[in-house]
Structure formats: structure tokens, C-alpha cells
Ligand binder design. Structure first.
Ligand code: ADP
Length: 416
């Protein structure tokens, strides 16, 4: 029998909302279900449980029910993510369960950064507030790494489109490559890929060998993008599971070889692709890109919290379009420089630096020449290069710290 998300819904009918004492579906506590190739995610109202212990019990029960059902259908459950969401849409706890029976599995601890990032659920509906959901070290991601040749995976996200997330991801990748690292860039913004333009890939065609896609190699980095696999005019209207499958294929069926860093440019917002990424890849961490304005910060906070809820450590915040530099070097503070830095401080996140608005950054992106962002000679070009290099250095520092925290590397002393 073919498993679909309706199969998952049916499997969950007997599972009860602990706080209400009735089935999840009966109390309309089951908000959202996805299923694709053994990967299931569900969203459940946080109010269906009185505290985190109940959430863990519910997640375990859901895991057992889904597992039994999909195994009866002749397939297996690889992973289940259960996200508990408050009425205002904020996820307060995420349980990740693998293929082993739920009784043997511990739920993930959400939020990774200091307590300022934490939030106490409102509980204004008479339910006890759920406390202690944040402020702890991120859960070590225990899943296997499907990209064995890749040492570090960094995601770049933003709360909304147009803030320069792809620009930041691309320039981080090129900046790291210019330092001598082996770097890949995965354009995970599968709904609106902009990398073909920004990397100047228009004359190149995707090549597959023995069932694997060969990445493009330009500006010192390897890249794969959905934009080179579908016609630019073809609208990509994909449901969650289709996007999940497309992302997984792009990631796992690209011949990345050996990489020091794989940078993933995520779609804006807090959607399915981020969930898929967190389910399938072991990330070193994520970077949040934000512009200085207050309205942009609110979205960026949501993006940062999403990573934390998914157990992905936020390595830092970049302020893009921080200020404008004219070709003569004169600086104009148009959007209120420093807003993203303040937001980072508020959330207890590292601040990685600012990217100015320059005419050359826009034209270099449109011309598919990111290398030129690092070679400008006029005052604006020099400022841009210095800003990008500073961000890359700061990010590398945060990666090293994260690796130590996550136990994948220890400090080393070389005496020569
Ligand atoms: P997002 O990925 O957040 O949707 P993009 O990186 O695609 O945003 O950037 C949107 C547009 O803004 C692009 O045309 C890009 O070249 C331009 N842009 C982004 N950051 C800057 C900047 N600091 N200076 C000049 N242009 C920029």
C-alpha cells in the first residue's frame, strides 16, 4: 500500500491530546502533516499538552502509531519531527524521533542560545505556561551525515525575501573559497532560484553522470541549483512533500566530492525546506541575514527561532544593506544602521558584521560576477571587500566554536 499523508493522519486518530483527553483530530490539535519517502513531520497545537513532559509522551505515542502503520504498509519510518505550535504560530518545542522505537528515543532540546532568545508561551487560554523550553545548548544532531565528503554544512536563512540572503550566501561561499577552502553552494531556494544569474551560469548546462549531478564550478566554488534543472519560466508550485523530495535530490544526488564547507541558501521564511534540511542533514549551524529596519528584524527573529526550534545552532546575524557607500566613499545611513546588531544582542546571538549597499554589489550580482565583489579598487569597492572578508572571518570563528561545542573538534596547539 502506498503511504500518503492521509495514511499518517489516519494513524494518528487514536493518539490523544493529553491536556484535553480526546483524540488529536477530534480536538483539532493536529494542524499539519507531511510524508515523503519515510520522512514524516507533524505540527500539533502546543495547547494540547500542559507541559513538556506531556509533549514528549505525545510525540512518542505519535511515533509508535505512525511507525506501526507505515510498517504494516510495507515501508519504514526514517524520521518523525513533531513540532508543538502555539496559537500565535510560534513553535515552542520540537521532538525529533528516528527509526528506533519511541521508548528508546529522547526528544531534542530546542533553542540553543542564551536565555534572551527564550520565550515563555503565553498560556492565556487557561493552560499552564510551558517553561524551560529554551536557553539550553542545542541538541547534538545524531542523524547520520548523507554527504560524507562534506566537513561542515552552514545554512543561510532570512525571515523574508529581498533582504540579500542569496547575496550573503554566495559571497560567504566565494569569500571562503578565496581563503583556500573547498566550498560548495547549494541553492536551496528552490521556489525562486537566483544563483544561475548571480553566478553567471546562463551558458552552462547541467550534466549528470551515473545518476549523479555534476556541480557547476565557477568563481572557485561548486554550485547546484534548481534554476538549471527547470526552465526559468516554469512556475514551481510544489506542495511540501514535493519540495522535500526536490531538496533531498539536489543535496544528495550532487557529486560534491570533498568539501570544507557546503553553504545552503534557504528559501525565505520558515517553511518546509528548512524542516527537510534539519531532518536530513547534520548542520554545523545557520546564519540569519537581516536588514536594519525594525520590520525586518521581527521576521529575522522568527527565522532565528525556527533554527533553534529545529535544533540548529545559530552561528550569527549579518546586517545587509546596513548603509550606502557611494563610489566616492561617502557613507549614507539610509535604513538605520545597527538594527540587526541590536537584534542579535537582544537574542544573545553573535553578530557577524555588516554588508553595505553598493552599486557594484548589485551590478556584479546581475552580471554573474561575485569575484568582482572582492577586487573593487574604488572606495566603495574596497569597503565592500573588507566587509565581506570580515564577515567570512567572523563566521569561521563561530564555526570553530560551534564545532568545539558540538564535539567534532577540539582546540589544537601546533608548535613549530
Ligand atoms: P534574497 O535572497 O533575500 O531574496 P537577494 O540576495 O536575491 O535577496 O537580493 C535581492 C536583490 O538585492 C538582488 O538584486 C541583489 O543584487 C540586491 N542586493 C542585495 N544586497 C545588496 C547590497 N548590499 N547592495 C546592493 N544590492 C544588493
Amino acid at each position: 500500500m502506498n503511504v500518503t499523508k492521509d495514511t499518517i493522519r489516519e494513524a494518528l486518530i487514536p493518539v490523544q491530546s493529553p491536556a484535553r483527553g480526546v483524540g488529536l483530530a477530534q480536538a483539532e490539535d493536529l494542524l499539519w502533516v507531511t510524508w515523503c519517502d519515510g520522512f514524516a513531520s507533524i505540527k500539533v497545537r502546543a495547547e494540547s499538552c500542559r507541559d513538556r513532559a506531556e509533549m514528549e509522551v505525545l510525540a512518542g505515542a505519535a511515533h509508535r502509531a505512525i511507525r506501526q502503520r507505515v510498517e504494516a504498509a510495507g515501508t519504514s519510518l526514517v524520521s518523525l519531527i513533531v513540532e508543538f505550535v502555539r496559537a500565535d504560530g510560534v513553535a515552542v518545542h520540537t521532538a525529533r524521533l528516528g527509526s528506533t522505537p519511541a521508548a528508546e528515543v529522547k526528544t531534542a532540546t530546542p533553542a540553543s542560545q542564551p536565555a534572551s532568545a527564550a520565550q515563555t508561551p503565553a498560556g492565556g487560554d487557561g493552560h499552564r505556561p510551558i517553561s524551560g523550553l529554551a536557553g539550553k545548548a542545542p541538541a547534538a544532531q545524531t542523524k547520520s551525515q548523507p554527504l560524507p565528503g562534506v566537513s561542515r554544512i552552514l545554512a543561510v536563512g532570512a525571515g523574508k525575501g529581498g533582504v540579500g540572503k542569496s547575496t550573503a550566501a554566495l559571497n560567504i561561499a566565494v569569500g571562503l573559497a578565496r581563503e583556500g577552502h573547498a566550498v560548495g553552494l547549494l541553492d536551496g531556494d528552490i521556489y525562486g532560484p537566483s544563483m544561475p544569474t548571480m553566478l553567471g551560469l546562463s551558458g552552462l548546462d547541467a550534466v549528470a553522470r551515473e545518476g549523479m549531478l555534476e556541480p557547476f564550478y565557477t568563481h572557485g566554488i561548486k554550485t547546484m541549483t534548481m534554476g538549471k534543472l527547470v526552465s526559468p519560466e516554469q512556475p514551481l508550485i510544489w506542495r511540501g512533500p514535493m519540495a522535500h523530495g526536490a531538496f533531498k535530490q539536489l543535496t544528495e544526488q550532487t557529486n560534491w566530492g570533498t568539501l570544507d564547507y557546503l553553504i545552503i541558501d534557504l528559501p525565505p521564511g520558515t517553511g518546509d525546506i528548512s524542516l527537510t534540511m534539519a531532518q536530513t542533514l547534520r548542520l554545523t549551524g545557520a546564519v540569519v541575514v537581516c536588514t536594519p529596519q525594525r520590520v525586518a528584524q521581527d521576521d529575522a527573529v522568527r527565522a532565528a527561532r525556527m533554527f533553534q526550534q529545529l535544533g540548529v545552532e545559530v552561528l550569527g546575524v549579518i546586517e545587509n544593506m546596513s548603509y550606502f557607500v557611494g563610489d566616492d566613499g561617502k557613507v549614507y545611513d539610509i535604513f538605520g544602521r545597527g538594527g540587526a546588531e541590536q537584534m542579535a544582542q537582544r537574542l544573545g546571538l553573535p553578530y557577524l558584521g555588516a554588508i553595505p549597499i553598493t552599486m557594484s554589489l548589485r551590478t556584479n550580482s546581475d552580471n554573474g560576477d561575485p569575484t568582482a565583489n572582492f577586487t573593487g579598487k574604488d572606495p566603495a569597492g574596497v569597503r565592500l571587500r573588507e566587509s565581506l572578508e570580515e564577515i567570512v572571518r567572523a563566521l569561521r570563528g563561530q564555526v570553530s566554536l560551534a564545532e568545539m561545542r558540538q564535539g567534532s573538534s577540539g582546540p589544537s596547539l601546533t608548535i613549530s
